[in-house]
Write a protein that binds this ligand. Sequence first.
Ligand SMILES: Nc1ncnc2c1ncn2[C@@H]1O[C@H](COP(=O)(O)OP(=O)(O)OP(=O)(O)O)[C@@H](O)[C@H]1O
Ligand SMILES: [Mg+2]
Length: 372
Amino acid sequence: MGKKANILVVDDDLGPRESLKIILKPYYNVYAVEKGEDAVQILHKVPVDVVTIDLKMRGLHGIKVLEKVKKHDPDIEAIIITGFGSMDSAIDGLRLGAFDYISKPFDVKQILTLIRRALERRNAKLRLKEQSTAEQMRARKAEEVNRRKRQLVSALAHDIKNPLGLITGYTELLLERLRNMPEACEDLQFLCQIQTGAQRITKLVGGFLDTAQLEAGYNVIRTPVNLNRLIREVAQQQILALQMKRLDLSLSLDDRLPDILGDEAQLGRVLWNLVDNAVKFTSSGGNISVTSGTERDEVVVEVKDTGIGIPQDELPHLFSEFGRLRGSRRIEGTGLGLFIVKTIVEAHGGKVGATSKEGEGTTFSLRFSRTR
Ligand SMILES: Nc1ncnc2c1ncn2[C@@H]1O[C@H](COP(=O)(O)OP(=O)(O)OP(=O)(O)O)[C@@H](O)[C@H]1O
Ligand SMILES: [Mg+2]
C-alpha cells in the first residue's frame, strides 16, 4: 500500500461534512473545513490530492473555492457536491476543470467510487508529468554532453593548428632545399606525401573551427551584396582548375539582379564551395553553368553541372556535417563544404536545395529574399 491520499472536504453544513469524514476516514487522510477561506489555508499546509466542494455555501461560493483550488494546483481533482437546483453551477464547475459532480443525498459506495476514480486520474496525470520532466532532463543532459564534446574538439582543433603550422612550414623549407638535388629524389617524394597529409589535416581543422564558430551563433554582418559580382569572382578563382579538367563554365546572369543583404565574404564562400564541388564531381569535358535571376520576391542562384550526380537516397544527407557520399570516396574532400554552405545560407534567412540524377548531373539552388 502506498501513502494515504489527502482529501479535503469543504462543506458549511455540519451533517454532510461529518458523514463524509466518517466514510472516508478508513481509507484517506481527511481534512474537513466549514468555509472556503479555511480550505485555501489547508491547501498551503497539506499536499491535497482530491477536494470535495459543496456548491451552496455561505461566504465564499463553491465555484469560487474551486477556482482557488485549481489556481493553487490544477492537478488537484475536485468533486462538486450539489444540492437541489444547483445543476447550472455544477456544469460551470465542470467547465472549470472539476472531475465530476454528485448530488445530495449520495450513498457511501457512490462517493467512494468517485473519489477513487478522481485519485486514479490525478495519479495518471502526475505520472505523465514525471515522465515528460524525466525526458526533458535526459534531452538537456544529452545537449550538454554534446556541447562539451564540441568545446573539447574545438579546443583540440585549435591546439593542433600551431604544431601543424610548424610541420607544413618546415616541410616546405626542406622541399625547397632538396628540390635541386637529384640524389634526394626519393626523400622528396616522401616529403611530398608528408605535405599532402599535413595540408589535408590543415583543411579539416580549419573547416571544423569554421563550422564550430558558425554554429556558436554566427552573426551576419549585413550590407547590400551583388551576387553577380561574387559569382564572377569565384569563376575567376576557378579558372586554373577548370582548364586542368577541361571543363566549360558558362555564366548566365541577370543584369538587373537586385542586391541582397548579407555578409559578402561568407556569401563568397558559399558560391566558392558550390562551384568547387561542381568542378570536383564532374569529369573532364563536362559543363558547369551558374545562373542568377529573380523569382517573385526572391533572388535565386543556381549552380548546375553535368557530373557524377548524387543517388536519390543520399540527397537527404547531403548537407550534414562530414557528410561524404558513396560516389565521392576517391575524390579529395572533408565533407564540410556543404554543411558550411547551409549554415551560412540559413544565417542569411535563405534556403539551399539540391536536385540530382545519378550519372547526369546536379543542380544546387540558393534562394534569398531580395532587399526592397
Ligand atoms: N556537384 C556535386 N556532384 C556530385 N556530388 C556532390 C556534388 N556536391 C557535393 N556532392 C557530394 O556531397 C558530398 C558533400 O559535399 P561537401 O562539399 O560537403 O564535401 P566535399 O566536397 O567532399 O569536401 P570539402 O568541400 O569539405 O572539401 C561530397 O563528398 C559529394 O559526395
Ligand atoms: Mg565541397
